[in-house]
Design a protein around this ligand. Structure first.
Ligand code: SF4
Ligand code: SF4
Length: 676
């Protein structure tokens, strides 16, 4: 009942604060600044008085409130008078740009107003009853947590964000308006505030969708805008940082933790929001930078997006499976012994990272995000074969990476199937036990056979999740880092670099050792485990659920397809080497065109950094490399459309043509690109 009265009051306050914000941005001298701060302070004092009285309806609280209001009023009037006397006259248009203290004070007072309103209205409406008779820090933190996580705070704040965004819309570029608006949407969907409506699950799912949309929007924006204003690039990084904090806090809360970290993250989001609003003009004024020349900035961006997705997926996992999800993983006890702790800490860290990055929600989320970027890419590429391959990448990811493991693994049917059908060979589905021998052997034989017939591209450019992750518009544009970074130049060579050989040796030896230990343990000959985890299972988690993502977010330093160029993926290597022995190669229709070619565009287009194509085309009309994963960007880049793909289909066609020149064209028309 009381809510019917409170909502109109809250709405009026929202309108008033938003209008004050707009008004505050028009001030250009100290008297005006002081007046705005006075109005906001008085408002805060009045709301605090209401809160204090509801918290403790006594004469003491009335007296304290009166004293508080009087003190604020006196200080405010004093500040205005002082500003009036000491101001030498004249309005400085640029005063606003340097008024950092003033802007921070405005933001702080708006927040104080909102927090006090959340606290007071929660108590009056009875939705939250955090009362205190002490001003000690823990009590104040309780009030902050209860207020910020109440819908009185989030609903009014998001309304205020939308209204103030409307007021400031003309000063902001349209892309920034969209990003800023997403902050209001995500605030509105805060799960903790929806608890009274039984809507926290809805908040988790809808908030995650909103966040995903924002990530996709940012990727697309960066893809289309290689040059950014400094203020825009700073805002994007800060925005992502704040959302990582929010997601981490929500994950913590969903796992049974408190709401205080979430309250702090929401306050951080608010500060960023109002900072952006009050500095709207700066988005157009600052100097421009080419973000593809800023590897550190790009690395921070990718790391933040990965961290946001990690916590978001963790939150969804806990929401879907319950808190029990977190105990699915074996953890080493840290204990008192420092030596054990040194091993246990990184072990636990990797296990927890792997728990989420190997979970179905992480794949769904990644697939949605990266898949959307691949769909954008499909619209941009010209070659039909590449279009079809990209469609298959999306389909393969959905079926192979999400649906199959979701229904099949781990399951009793595992020992009966001849092909694990997913992911990276050994370790994928558990210890290397005798029951898995047929399935494992089948996996290598079938995958190897496909690579022999169609090249390693069947894995690295199609079935592997990496194909989806590296092939979207935004990630494709980052292949430029491959030519600028020193490390990337070292690993992205036509031949095996020293680093590649060392890494590959370490990877293969460790996989062999882990398989052996796992197998002997499963037979009962020995009993080896890493803190209770089977060696090959841990090796899998380490290489594919942990290290792979480290390499992925390091694109600005190692280039795209780091898994191919550094040699960390034994599964890719296996398929690439078998593919090198088989039918797959690149061919050209006319080698003379390569002799006359001025641009050699094929060499700059390759995402794994291969550059030896022109020489090989000129000498042999074809190019073969174990590192060639058949993405086909060289073919798309060639200005004279000279390159075509050659695999078993072309071989069969040639054989048929040789035997039955008239019939074969009808049976296998146009397979594998154009040929002379
Ligand atoms: S190297 Fe491994 S991870 Fe990378 S694309 Fe190939 S199979 Fe996938
Ligand atoms: S394949 Fe195309 S881009 Fe590459 S050297 Fe030959 S003509 Fe030039």
């Amino acid at each position: 009942m009381l809510e019917i009265i409170l909502w109109p009051i809250a709405s009026l306050m929202v309108l008033f604060i938003a209008a004050t914000l707009k008004w505050s941005s028009r001030m250009r001298e100290r008297v005006g600044f002081s007046f705005v701060l006075f109005v906001l302070s008085m408002m805060a004092a009045m709301i605090a008085s209401v809160g204090l009285y509801v918290n403790d309806p006594s004469i003491t609280s009335i007296e304290f409130s009166a004293a508080l209001n009087f003190t604020v009023m006196m200080l405010g009037i004093g500040a205005i008078l002082y500003a009036f006397i000491t101001t030498k006259g004249g309005v400085h248009e640029d005063a606003w740009d340097h008024a950092w203290m003033y802007k921070l004070s405005v933001i702080a007072l708006v927040l104080v107003n909102e927090i006090l309103m959340g606290w007071a209205f929660s108590m009056i409406s009875g939705t939250d009853t955090v009362r205190t008779h002490s001003a000690a820090l823990p009590q104040l933190m309780n009030i902050l947590s209860a207020s910020v996580n109440s819908y009185w705070f989030t609903f009014t704040m998001s309304a205020e964000m939308v209204i103030s965004l409307f007021y400031f819309r003309k000063q902001m570029p349209s892309e920034i308006r969209i990003m800023v608006a997403s902050q209001a949407v995500i605030m509105f969907l805060l799960p903790t505030a929806l608890i009274p409506f039984n809507g926290s699950s809805f908040g988790v799912y809808a908030g995650s969708v909103a966040m995903l949309c924002l990530f996709i929007y940012i990727f697309d924006y960066l893809y289309k805008n290689r040059n950014l204003k400094v203020a825009v690039s700073n805002y994007i990084v800060l925005l992502l940082g704040v959302f990582v904090l929010m997601m981490a806090s929500l994950f913590y809360w969903s796992a049974g933790g408190g709401m205080l970290p979430l309250a702090f993250s929401v306050v951080a989001e608010m500060i960023l929001y109002f900072g952006a609003i009050l500095n709207a003009g700066a988005f157009a004024k600052t100097k421009t930078v080419a973000w593809l020349r800023k590897p550190t900035w790009a690395f921070v961006l990718l790391s933040l997006i990965f961290a946001g997705e990690y916590f978001m997926a963790g939150l969804l996992d806990v929401q879907f499976y319950g808190v029990a999800f977190l105990s699915r993983v074996d953890i080493a006890a840290i204990g008192q012994n420092p030596f054990t702790a040194i091993l246990a800490l990184p072990f636990d860290f990797i296990q927890y990272v792997g728990l989420v990055t190997g979970s179905i929600w992480f794949y769904i989320m990644m697939g949605t995000e990266m898949g959307t970027l691949v769909v954008f890419q499909i619209g941009k590429v010209h070659q039909l074969e590449t279009k079809i391959r990209l469609v298959l990448v999306v389909v393969a990811y959905s079926v192979y990476s999400v649906l199959v493991p979701f229904f099949l693994f781990p399951g009793p049917s595992l020992s009966a199937i001849p092909f694990l059908g997913w992911s990276m060979g050994v370790g994928t589905s558990g210890a290397f036990a005798p029951a898995l021998l047929i399935a494992m052997a089948g996996t290598y034989v079938i995958s190897g056979a496909l690579s022999f017939l169609f090249g390693g591209r069947q894995m690295c450019s199609m079935f592997c999740t990496a194909a989806l992750m590296y092939q979207g518009t935004f990630y494709d544009s980052m292949k430029k880092f491959g030519n600028s970074s020193r490390v990337a130049k070292k690993v992205r060579q036509n031949k095996m670099s020293t680093l590649y050989m060392v890494t590959a040796s370490v990877v293969w030896s460790s996989i062999f050792l882990a398989v052996l230990l796992s197998y002997l343990t499963s037979l009962g000959v020995i009993n080896v485990s890493l803190f209770g985890v089977d060696p090959i299972v841990f090796a899998y988690v380490f290489y594919f659920n942990f290290l792979w993502y480290v390499i992925f977010v390091s694109i600005p330093f190692v280039g795209t397809y780091g898994c191919v160029t550094t040699g960390i993926c034994h599964w890719g290597m296996f398929n690439q080497f078998v593919g090198r022995l088989g039918f797959w190669r690149l061919k050209v229709k006319d080698p003379v065109a390569c002799v006359n070619c001025k641009t050699k565009d094929c060499t700059t287009a390759c995402p794994v950094g291969l550059t030896a194509m022109p020489g090989s085309f000129i000498a042999r009309s074809e190019f073969r490399s174990y590192k060639c994963i058949g993405v086909g960007e060289c073919a798309s880049a060639c200005p004279v459309d000279n390159i075509f793909f050659y695999d078993v289909r072309n071989w069969v066609r040639e054989k048929l043509q040789a035997r039955h020149p008239d019939v074969s064209r009808d049976i296998l028309p146009g397979i594998g690109g154009k040929q002379n």
